[in-house]
Each structure stands twice: as C-alpha cells, then as structure tokens.
Ligand binder design. Sequence first.
Ligand code: ADP
Length: 192
Amino acid sequence: MTGRIFVLIGPSGVGKTTLAERAQRDGVADRVVTCTTRAPRPHETPGQDYYFLSLDEFEKRERNGDFVENEWIHGNRYGVLVRDLSRAVESGRTAVISLGYGGAQRVKQLWPQQVTIVGVLPPSSESLRVRLQGRGTKDDEMAVRLQAIDDESQRVHALADVIVVNDEFTTAYQQLYQWLFHGPTPKSSPDR
Ligand code: ADP
C-alpha cells in the first residue's frame, strides 16, 4: 500500500505551517521534517520542527543530490530530503508538508499518483500584511513580500490540484482535513 503526500504551497505567512501542524497534532497526517539554514525561532525544536543545517552542511547534501528541493526563500535555504519523502510514500500513511514551488513540482513528478498539491492563498494582501506585522516582520521585508503576492497567486493556481483560501482558520482547516481524511476529490458514492 502506498502513502499519500499533501504538499502545501503558497506565499510566506499564508498559514501553511499552521495548517500542517494542526493536521499533524490531530493525527490525520504525518510530518516530514524540512532542512533549513535559517536560525531557529525561539519555540522551535531542532529535528522536530526543522533540521537546522549550516550553509556548509546544506551545500554538501546538495552536492550529494540528497534534496528534492533546495531553494532560496527570503535569504535562507530550505530543503527536503528525497529519502524522507520516499519513506513517507512507502509508509502507506498520509503526510503533509509545506514546500517551495520548485520542490512541489519535483515531488509531483516523482510520485504523481501519491501527491496532491494544495494551494493555500490569503483572502487579501491586506490581511497578510496584518499577519506578517503580527509576527514582527520588518517594513522593508514586508514590502518585498507583498509585492510578490500577485505573482505567487498566479503560480499557485497553475501548480495546485486544489486551492484553499485561509481566511477564517477553522474553515480552511476543515477543508484540508476533509481532503486528508477522504482524499481530494469528492466521493461520488451516495453512502459517504
Ligand atoms: P507559512 O507557513 O505559510 O509561512 P504560518 O503557518 O507560519 O505561515 O502562519 C503565519 C502566521 O499567520 C502565524 O502567526 C499564524 O498563527 C497566522 N495564521 C495562520 N492562519 C491564519 C488565519 N486563518 N487567520 C489569522 N492568522 C493566521
């Protein structure tokens, strides 16, 4: 039995991590830990939230071809080990992971039958600005991020199998939960 991987894509700050962590906490999806060269935030546990690697370590793994994704996102490198996704597929379980666009595309190419790309979009640029402010994002960084939103939205629509708008969190999460639990396409069977 092969597993399923739900890959969350969307602009930074849109709520991908929050959605994924909630699903993991509720036990409907496993976690695939991501490598990053960014510094840990105070609440984060190495090896559980991310594998925090130095740039040297990251580049060594990159040269080995260990990553399914190795992207620069806002000045840091992020990568997911092919090995860890392979294990998720072989586990026969459901995993949820947040990836960059290149990574999402590659994972879909590697496991087209097992992977569902979920595009997560904000209700508006304004609400995203408020959220980024809420987590202490600097003004100049914010301007760059907001400028990128329109382009990103188009990209998300092009790549995603399904789209969820993360306006009211509970509503967005219920939608994701349904997909994780029952699969991304509505069941046609009348008894479901
Ligand atoms: P991403 O992983 O896409 O960068 P996060 O999951 O880290 O985004 O979310 C960014 C911030 O937005 C967090 O502080 C989170 O609590 C908050 N957030 C997530 N979803 C919602 C929502 N529906 N409404 C308000 N705030 C949200």
